[in-house]
Design a protein around this ligand. Structure first.
Ligand code: NAD
Length: 296
């Protein structure tokens, strides 16, 4: 198969990811509907084409990094017929598990091979080439997909069949959203009870309340100097993205009939946080909303 990689969706994440493929010596064709994304990618050495269908011509693999599942399915609709038979399609966007499975089914029905490989690590990880990829595909594709992702990756974890990468991502982020709310509520309750941030941190960080939301991304300034709270909650992981991921988790919760009361409530609280000014702040800024709503 051709070692040319087609990269569709050259935005905040896709742009630097494609640039790392170029740096690793791959031939990368690409397409984005946005002019600025195209210009930046061209500067990074991507051969930017006039359409997605054009970009996939001659490619052995196609990577997509798009905003949502509806756009993913419309791009697949456009490119599946234009790609050479047997092309490996790897979607790195964060989309619903059901959309990921549908996209993979469409690719396979068109004579191709498919994987979902959503990421964590953010724009910083995309630039540094240290993303964690959560891979969902047949066992037979793991080696090829891993080799493809390697220049962009710190780690590639095979999670199971198509859709399993997305499932791992939303399950993880459902824990993250819920645990950040729990930690934030505890800080605000502590304030009301006269407990200092540092004292709560010193106890919980080495006790059973210990979690990433506390010890790495601590929502209040002070205890963890590198957390976003110390730079006015500049992201980091933006509230809008947390609301999006929890929305996908909620859809999966409903479609699967899972009794996930806390995860569903976390989605409601993050949706409201994002709508009321938190979209562009780190998701840990929800502590400030909780404090405001707790004012007597
Ligand atoms: P982005 O909006 O910066 O990039 C998406 C790009 O897709 C844009 O440049 C847009 O013009 C392009 N696009 C839209 N429709 C298109 C089409 N039909 N054809 C070609 N290009 C099209 O978003 P992003 O931050 O790069 O995120 C991309 C994906 O990665 C999302 O699914 C997001 O949830 C996920 N993600 C983002 C982060 C993050 O920190 N930004 C972290 C993990 C996962």
């Amino acid at each position: 198969t051709s070692d040319q990689v087609a990269f569709i969706g050259l935005g905040n994440m896709g742009g630097p990811m494609a640039a790392n493929l170029v740096k690793a010596g791959r031939t990368v064709t690409g397409f984005d509907v946005g002019q600025e994304a195209c210009d930046k990618a061209r500067e990074a050495g991507v051969d930017v084409k006039g359409s997605a269908a054009e970009a996939v011509q001659g490619a052995g693999t196609v990577i997509t990094m798009l905003p949502n599942g509806a756009l993913l399915l419309s791009v697949y609709d456009e490119v599946l017929g234009a790609a050479a038979p047997g092309t490996l399609f790897v979607d790195c966007s964060t989309v619903a598990v059901s959309d990921a499975r549908q996209a993979a089914d469409l690719a396979v029905a068109a004579g191709h091979r498919a994987a979902d490989a959503p990421v964590s690590g953010g724009v910083g990880g995309a630039e540094a080439g240290t993303l964690t990829f959560m891979l969902g595909c047949d066992e037979a594709l793991v080696e090829q997909a891993t080799a493809l992702l390697d220049p962009m990756a710190g780690r590639v974890v095979h999670c199971g069949a198509s859709g399993a990468g997305q499932a791992a991502k939303i399950c993880n982020n459902m824990v993250l959203g819920a645990s950040m709310i729990a930690i934030s509520e505890a800080f605000v309750l502590g304030e009301k009870l006269g407990l200092t941030h540092q004292a709560f941190f010193d106890v919980a960080s080495t006790a059973s309340g210990q979690c990433w939301a506390l010890t790495t991304n601590c929502p209040v300034p002070g205890p963890v100097p590198t957390s976003p709270a110390n730079r006015d909650w500049k992201p980091g992981f933006a509230g809008a993205l947390m609301a999006k991921d929890l929305g996908l988790a909620r859809r999966a919760v409903e479609e699967s009939g899972t009794d996930a009361a806390v995860g569903s409530l976390a989605e409601e609280l993050y949706r409201r946080f994002a709508d009321e000014g938190g979209a562009g702040l780190d998701f840990s800024a929800i502590v400030n909303t909780i404090r405001e709503r707790s004012a007597a």
